[in-house]
Design a protein around this ligand. Sequence first.
Ligand code: C2E
Ligand code: MG
Ligand code: MG
Ligand code: MG
Length: 287
Amino acid sequence: AVKRAGRRQVRRYQPQQDAATERFQLLARDLSLALARQELSLQFQPVFRLEDLQPVKAEALLRWTHPQLGAVSPGEFIPVAERVGLIAPIGAWVLGEACRAALPWGQVTVSVNVSAVQLLQVEFPQVVQQALRDSGLPAQRLELELTETAALYEDDRAAQTMQLLRDLGVSLSIDDFGSGYSNLARLRSLPITGVKLDRSCTVDLPEGPSSPFSRALLSAVLGLTQHLPLDLTAEGVESAAHLAVLRELNCPLGQGHGLSRPLSPADFVALLQAPPRSAVPVGAAAS
Ligand code: C2E
Ligand code: MG
Ligand code: MG
Ligand code: MG
């Protein structure tokens, strides 16, 4: 923003701010064309049952290949889409595409990320219903991941929409739990079916600087899951050490580069058809 400097002067934008604004505008403009130009695609990262390393879910992760810039990360372009009103059409496309891709997966569930902006749009439950109807995917095989934000806990509309979605038969997980707004007590008040533990906690578990805190958080959520039917997934399982601690603490599900990178739809189907793995190539797969 424009700031007043000492001597009643108006200071100019910093060059970095100019560059950021320019990048934002470029992404906003090109993102509005990305769907029509078929530059968006989905990858699927398997979620494994840690006990026997069977894939039981896969998370749909959005990819944008920009004609000049190459791959732009969702961490960068999703906030742009939210701010310029493109998250609704893009989110609807992701839901439709993810449900269609998941149809031949047997009992395996597909998880789709939904931002708070999407969740708070009144038509969102219809968009979900439409994706299920068009694809023929049973609602029980669709899970929505909701990132923890204040809105999720504090906006009544969010809780009402969540209940509507539960009534459709869709599962709901809190994503990135432990990364900021986490509130164990409030978890109870939301109609959710799962929790995804943020990868910063997982990374910390074996020997990180806040290992005791991360272990305590994981144990607390696990304690909760003994009383509530909550699916717990640890994100960011990168090493054999992570896997060992998670198993020791009886964490049921895990996801991360050490187990599998995000895969193309065809590669995920191939993984489902491959014979069960007895030993996981943790670490080997992380390169
Ligand atoms: P997320 O939902 O927490 O997804 C997990 C992210 O962690 C993904 O990044 C994934 O590639 C990455 N990841 C998985 N395993 C590991 C690991 O072992 N180590 C590390 N360092 N990273 C790992 P990605 O694909 O870049 O997505 C970033 C975020 O963008 C997602 O975080 C999600 O919040 C958002 N996002 C992605 N696709 C969509 C979408 O379709 N809609 C919305 N609204 N948000 C999306
Ligand atoms: Mg997610
Ligand atoms: Mg996450
Ligand atoms: Mg996230």
